[in-house]
Write a protein that binds this ligand. Structure first.
Ligand code: SF4
Length: 420
C-alpha cells in the first residue's frame, strides 16, 4: 500500500519516556545540547469556514473563537519566560491548519507582533501562512505585507470547476487563479499551491489543464498529492452511494504522477521534496528542513504538536482542554516525551529521504551494517534508488514510493539501534 503519512510511524516506538514538561523545560538550558542552531515555530489554527469533502483532519467548521489568538499569544509569552526558549533563534514560522486565515487581520497582526517582541526571529526568517483563496482578504494581505509574511501555501487542489465542486472548494478555478495572480502582483514571490490529483472522474485533460495554469501563474512551486479516500468523509459516502465515480486505480495514479513530474522537470522545476516541485531558488521550505534537522519546533495552538530540545509534546486537540492548559498554573502541557539520539538519528535519515537523497555519511556509524546493505540492494534491484560513491538518490518510481522507502529505512534502523 502506498503511504503518504506514515514514514515516521516506526519512530513511535522510541517515544515513551514521559517527563514533567515545565520542569524539563526549566532545566533545558543547562542539560540539552542543541541538535541544530535553527529552530521553527508552528501555529495551529484548526478552523475552516467550510469542510472539504475529502478532508479527515481534526478541525472545526466555523470561525475561531474571538480570543483564540490571545491564547496563542499567552503561550508565546509563557514559553519566552524560559531561558532555553529565550536563547533560541527561530528561522521559520509556519501558520498551519485548518485554515489560519480564518483568523481576523487584527488577530493575525497581534500574533505576528507578539512573536517578534517576545522571541528572537532571525532577520531572514521564513514566515509561511497556509490559506484558501476565499479566506485571503485584502485586509489580511495588507497585514502580511506589513508584518513580513514571505511565503504562502494556498490550498487550491484543482482549477477544474467540476473537481472543485466535488472536493468542496469555494469559488471557480478562474477566481482562484485570479486571486493568486493578484497576490503575486502585490510583490510576494514565494507563493505555492497544493494540487490534488486522481480525484473521482479526473481525466488526463483535466490534469493537463491544471498543470498549464500552474505554469502560467509563475508560482514558486507547488505540492502535489494523490487523493486519499478516508472512511467517514463526505466524499467516501458519495462514492459508496454511487453519486460519483471511484478514484482511479494505482496505475492511473502513477500515470498522473508521471505526467506532473515530467511536465515540470521538462520546464526547469526541481524536486524539493517527495511531493513538492519548485522553480530553482524560489522556495527552500526552511520550516520542513529545520524539523528534520531536529531543530526545535515550538508548537502553539489547539492540537499543535511540537518539539522543545529533546522533548516532544502535543497540545490538546479539544478547544476547551486547550484553553484550560493555557490558563493553568504553568500554561504548558503537563507531560512531554523525552527522545534520545536514536530517535534523532532515524528522524534525520527519514528527513533526508524526504528530500530525495541520502549520503552514506548520513548513515554513519551504521553504513557498513549488513541489514542496511540488504535493504539498499533490494531497493536498487526494484529500481527505486540509484547508488553512487557518495550516497543514493530516489528514482522517479522511488519518489512515488518515497514514504514507503523512508519507512523501510526507519524500521531497519530501529531494529539495528534497539538490537531487536
Ligand atoms: S481547508 Fe484544509 S483543513 Fe480545511 S477542510 Fe479543506 S482540506 Fe481540510
Amino acid at each position: 500500500m502506498r503511504s503518504h503519512h506514515d514514514a515516521e510511524a516506526p519512530l513511535r516506538a522510541l517515544i515513551s519516556n514521559r517527563v514533567n514538561f515545565a520542569e524539563h523545560l526549566k532545566s533545558m538550558h543547562n542539560t540539552y545540547t542543541r541538535k541544530s542552531q535553527r529552530n521553527a515555530i508552528y501555529i495551529h489554527v484548526p478552523y475552516c469556514t467550510r469542510r472539504c469533502t475529502f478532508c479527515n483532519l481534526p478541525h472545526f467548521t466555523r470561525l475561531p473563537p474571538s480570543d483564540y489568538h490571545k491564547l496563542i499569544i499567552k503561550e508565546i509569552r509563557t514559553y519566552s519566560s524560559y531561558q532555553y526558549v529565550k536563547e533560541s533563534v527561530y528561522h521559520a514560522v509556519y501558520f498551519g491548519g485548518g485554515t489560519p486565515t480564518t483568523l481576523s487581520a487584527t488577530a493575525l497582526r497581534e500574533i505576528l507582533q507578539a512573536l517578534k517582541s517576545n522571541l528572537t526571529l532571525a532577520p531572514d526568517a521564513e514566515l509561511t501562512i497556509e490559506t484558501t483563496v476565499s479566506d485571503l482578504t485584502e485586509d489580511k494581505i495588507a497585514v502580511f505585507k506589513e508584518e513580513g509574511i514571505n511565503r504562502f501555501s494556498i490550498g487550491v487542489q484543482t482549477f477544474c470547476d467540476r473537481g472543485r465542486r466535488l472536493l468542496g472548494r469555494l469559488g471557480t478555478g478562474k477566481y482562484a487563479a485570479a486571486k493568486i495572480s493578484s497576490l503575486l502582483d502585490e510583490g510576494f514571490k514565494n507563493v505555492s499551491i497544493d494540487l490534488i490529483y486522481n480525484y473521482p472522474g479526473q481525466s488526463e485533460d483535466d490534469l493537463e489543464e491544471d498543470l498549464g495554469i500552474i505554469e502560467s501563474l509563475n508560482l514558486a512551486g507547488f505540492s502535489f498529492y494523490s487523493l486519499i479516500l478516508f472512511k467517514g468523509t463526505p466524499l467516501y459516502r458519495m462514492i459508496n452511494m454511487g453519486k460519483c465515480p471511484p478514484l482511479g486505480d494505482l496505475k492511473q495514479e502513477w500515470r498522473f504522477f508521471e505526467m506532473i513530474l515530467d511536465y515540470f522537470l521538462d520546464r526547469g522545476f526541481e524536486l524539493l521534496e517527495l511531493s513538492k516541485l519548485v522553480q530553482p531558488g524560489r522556495d527552500n521550505y526552511e520550516y520542513l528542513r529545520i524539523r528534520y534537522e531536529n531543530g526545535d519546533v515550538l508548537g502553539l495552538g489547539a492540537g499543535a504538536g511540537g518539539r522543545v530540545g529533546d522533548m516532544l509534546y502535543m497540545n490538546p486537540v479539544n478547544e476547551e482542554d486547550y484553553r484550560r492548559q493555557v490558563s493553568s498554573a504553568t500554561g504548558l502541557p503537563i507531560m512531554g516525551f523525552k527522545v534520545d539520539d536514536r530517535y534523532d538519528f532515524i528522524h534525520y535519515v527519514v528527513g533526508r529521504l524526504q528530500f530525495g537523497r541520502l549520503e552514506w555519511r548520513d548513515l554513519a556509524p551504521y553504513n557498513d551494517s549488513a541489514c542496511l546493505h540488504r535493504l539498499i540492494d533490494k531497493l536498487e534491484k526494484e529500481g527505486l534508488v540509484l547508488t553512487d560513491s557518495r550516497g543514493l538518490s530516489l528514482t522517479k518510481a522511488g519518489i512515488f514510493w518515497g514514504n514507503n522507502i523512508a519507512r523501510e529505512f526507519a524500521t531497519t534502523l530501529l531494529k539495528l539501534l534497539t538490537n531487536e
